[in-house]
Design a protein around this ligand. Structure first.
Ligand code: NAP
Length: 251
């Protein structure tokens, strides 16, 4: 694989952590298919231009990752355009805050549908191509919320714990075909989603003070670990969930 040009699919790539990952992989020599919902069509085109400016190919693909038909069409489009998918980064995610008692069922379902089922559907769609080539790198963006969690995020925490459990079993099933599967668990990262935790200055200071490195994370802080799991430097690492949180959850 050493001389072949790498290809990656990153979901939820129009902004935040997904955009940073897409640009980071392009910088590291990958052609990158960038996914987001149709709502983000114009923004996604802008990210595609940024990737192309780095000398890589970019392919914007609209799909709701919680829809099996959208995901099937997306993966088929990427495989036709790029020939194959070396690495997939399941980054698309949503967070709707609410205490267990106040949470309505629809919110529980949508968080599970995007964060957990979306990861499953994308993995299921890319596996035939990866198995055929006997090579693949699956990187699932979970969260320290799936290990530790915070009030008003029980459903989000459950969805990210599901992603980690899914990844541990996935790794055991696909390793025989040279495919690795790992999770990256960001801490508090300054994005539109992260602001749910950060808008209140008192809460922001609490997270800042809880972080060993004494700063709030930026989207770019997540990129190096994702690139490691997407690369051959991690060829003998699978089924792991690594915190990228500046030192909040220590194990
Ligand atoms: P963000 O700024 O809200 O971006 C999330 C992206 O995912 C958006 O572009 C969003 O598009 C897209 N998306 C949402 N639902 C989708 C769907 N059904 N199909 C395709 N794309 C969809 O969030 P972020 O902070 O960058 O988070 C990225 C990932 O990191 C998520 O999995 C999140 O759970 C995880 N994470 C974040 C933090 C943090 O502090 N920021 C911490 C731990 C883990 P729309 O706007 O159209 O919905």
């Amino acid at each position: 694989m050493a001389n072949a040009r790498r290809t990656a699919l990153v979901t939820g790539a129009s902004r935040g952590i997904g955009r940073a990952i897409a640009l980071g992989l392009a910088t590291r020599g990958y052609d990158v298919a960038i996914n987001d919902t149709a709502r983000q069509a114009t923004v996604l085109e802008g990210v595609a231009k940024e990737i192309e400016a780095l000398g890589a190919r970019a392919l914007p693909v609209h799909a709701d990752v919680s829809s099996r038909s959208d995901v099937a069409a997306m993966v088929a489009e990427v495989e036709v355009a790029f020939g194959h998918i070396d690495a997939v980064v399941n980054n698309a995610g949503i967070l709707i805050a609410g205490t267990v008692e106040a949470l309505d069922e629809a919110h529980w379902d949508s968080v599970m549908d995007v964060n957990a089922k979306g990861t499953f559907l994308v993995v299921q769609a890319v596996l035939p191509g990866m198995r055929k080539r006997r090579y693949g790198r699956i990187v699932n963006i979970a969260s320290i919320g799936g290990k530790h969690g915070a009030p008003e995020q029980a459903h989000y925490s459950a969805s990210k714990a599901a992603v980690m459990g899914f990844t541990r079993v996935l790794a055991q099933e696909v390793g025989v075909d040279g495919i690795t599967a790992n999770c990256v668990c960001p801490g508090i990262i300054l994005t539109d989603m992260g602001r749910v935790n950060l808008d209140d200055p008192t809460v922001r200071k609490t997270w800042h003070d809880k972080t060993a490195l004494r700063r709030i994370g930026e989207p770019e802080d997540v990129v190096g670990t994702v690139a490691f799991f997407a690369s051959d430097d991690s060829a003998f690492v699978t089924g792991q969930s690594l915190n990228v949180d500046g030192g909040i959850v220590l194990s």
